[in-house]
Write a protein that binds this ligand. Structure first.
Ligand code: DX5
Ligand code: ZN
Length: 214
């Protein structure tokens, strides 16, 4: 399993220490949650913080934009060294264009859907995507409870990907732990995001390894 720990649950007073832990871990990516207080009812951190993270972190950056009009910030995300730029389906009026612009900027394109957005709405875009991010909580906060219907959505998305010949990987974000992680692995997920399960663990390296081994 590919694991992308979510920095949102890190200790921001000891960010360099937590990033050093990530560098020494088996995590294959680092997940960064940008929130604007409009698309979601919370504000997190922005590009100056991600630039600092990029200097210290050796893992590829998986940037999840929970903001309105994400197309305005494609160059900023690229300049932060992001490997993957995730935009919300619900935040883009012209999603096909945004995906093209992300690719033109040299990044992998990910599209995220909220728990109430059906997988079938991705039918005409999924072949162009490198990643689909399924939210398994309503976005905005770490530490929420996993929504079980996500397991059905993973299976449905796996079938849609096969049917359309898409190369997209399936990432799931929210309430992931060893139990829900195992269920997601069985359902067909490729990438697990985990915030609280990793950063609030007494042994974060072991928590990451548990998920990697699923
Ligand atoms: C929620 C964020 C998640 C969050 C996950 O809006 O997108 O990435 O950090 O946190 P946990 O794993 O604690 O649910
Ligand atoms: Zn996220």
């Amino acid at each position: 399993m590919i694991v992308s720990p979510s920095l949102l649950s890190a200790d921001f007073g000891n960010l360099a220490r937590d990033l050093e832990m990530i560098n020494h871990s088996k995590a294959q990516m680092l997940h960064l949650d940008v929130m604007d207080g409009v698309f979601v009812p919370n504000i997190s951190f922005g590009f100056p913080v991600i630039k600092y993270v990029q200097q210290l972190c050796k893992k590829p950056l998986d940037v999840h934009l929970m903001i309105v009009e994400p197309q305005k910030f494609i160059n900023e995300v690229r300049d932060c060294g992001a490997e993957i730029m995730n935009v919300h389906f619900e935040a883009c009026n012209h999603l096909d264009r945004v995906v093209q612009q992300i690719h033109d900027a040299g990044m992998k394109a990910g599209v995220t859907i909220n728990p109430a957005t059906p997988v079938c709405l991705l039918r005409d875009i999924v072949a162009q995507l490198d990643l689909v991010l399924l939210m398994s909580v309503n976005p905005g906060f770490g530490g929420q409870k996993f929504i079980p219907n996500t397991l059905n959505k993973v299976k449905e998305l796996r079938a849609l990907i096969a049917e359309t010949g898409s190369k997209a990987v399936i990432e799931v974000d929210g309430g992931v732990n060893d139990v829900t992680g195992r269920q997601l692995a069985e359902a067909g997920a490729d990438v697990l995001v985990a915030g609280n399960y990793v950063f609030k663990a007494s042994d974060p390296l072991a928590a990451i390894e548990t998920l990697v081994n699923l």
